[in-house]
Design a binder for this molecule. Structure first.
Ligand code: ATP
Ligand code: MG
Length: 268
């Protein structure tokens, strides 16, 4: 899949959420998007899956400009990109298997969903995913009764049920304890590697981005201020993403060596 975002801009009133954002991805990479609260991370994902309309710019996927899609074509595109959210977005009173099967609804007629009609193949695939995500003991549990880590695994299974080309994850580990957070990142990483799917994941944790992503995009006030391989994300780059003014001053004074000690960007 060839993925090319060109000068994507989105404003809300006087606020610019995305400012001429350009990102190219030619391989199914695992891309971490980092930046302060309000930097535009969620807006970027929402523009890609067309939950939000950009003001200008283009998102070209395999030659088609997604920003022009409407009606059925837009729905078909949404089926190709699965979203994973911080708050899991499951149907809490439905059981786990049914939640997973809901992943098929993006490519099936609405009436089939209304009557809870799922094909044998769909059910087989859902059971396979239950095992794959170590949820086999919870298939008939109400989703709302599971732990956060388990619920996020159900959400990932639902996303995979959709058989997407791209996975968009908006802070998927922000509500999880460190152990579960690591497990979810590992699962996303495995999906990227084993199933060749482009994964775009918004993260608050620079450490997690470093450990699990191939490439990092840093957003600050709606602009891409860093785009490079994970190895290139040094302390100076992190400071530029989280606090540009302070980083510029630090660079000018050539005192970046001990920047990390003095300034933890995440607690700022
Ligand atoms: N629906 C909306 N209406 C008005 N302003 C919005 C809307 N959605 C986003 N914004 C604004 O756009 C900017 C970018 O918001 P966005 O949610 O994309 O940031 P974010 O990087 O995801 O932040 P966070 O880390 O807190 O989730 C912010 O200034 C936000 O207030
Ligand atoms: Mg957000």
């Amino acid at each position: 899949m060839y993925f090319d975002i060109e000068k994507l801009t989105k404003t809300f009133g006087t606020r610019t959420a995305l400012d001429k954002v350009s990102i190219k991805a030619q391989h199914p990479e695992m891309i971490g998007v980092i930046g302060r609260s309000g930097a535009g991370k969620s807006t970027l994902l929402r523009c890609i899956n067309r939950l939000t309309d950009a003001d200008s710019g283009r998102i070209i996927v395999d030659g088609t400009d997604l920003t022009c899609l409407a009606g059925r074509d837009r729905r078909l595109w949404r089926a190709r990109c699965a979203m994973i959210f911080q708050q899991f977005n499951l149907v809490p009173r439905l059981d786990v298997v049914t939640n997973i099967l809901c992943g098929t609804l993006s490519r099936r007629p609405v009436w089939a969903g209304l009557f809870n009609f799922f094909s044998r193949d769909d059910i087989d695939r859902a059971v396979e995913l239950l095992h794959h995500l170590s949820l086999e003991d919870h298939g008939l549990d109400r989703a709302g009764n599971l732990s956060g880590g388990q619920q996020q695994r159900v959400a990932i299974a639902r996303a995979l049920m959709q058989n997407p080309d791209i996975i968009l994850a908006d802070e998927p580990i922000a509500s999880l304890d460190p152990r579960n957070a690591e497990q979810i990142m590992q699962i996303l990483h495995d999906i990227n590697r084993q199933e060749n799917k482009l994964v775009l994941v918004n993260l608050h944790s620079v450490d997690m981005a470093r450990r699990f992503c191939d490439r990092i995009i840093g957003l600050r006030q709606g602009r891409v201020v860093f785009d490079g391989p994970v190895d290139a994300l040094d302390d100076r780059a992190v400071a530029a993403i989280y606090d540009g003014a302070r980083a510029d001053a630090a660079m000018a004074a050539s005192v970046t060596a001990n920047l990390e000690e003095r300034h933890d960007p995440l607690s700022a």
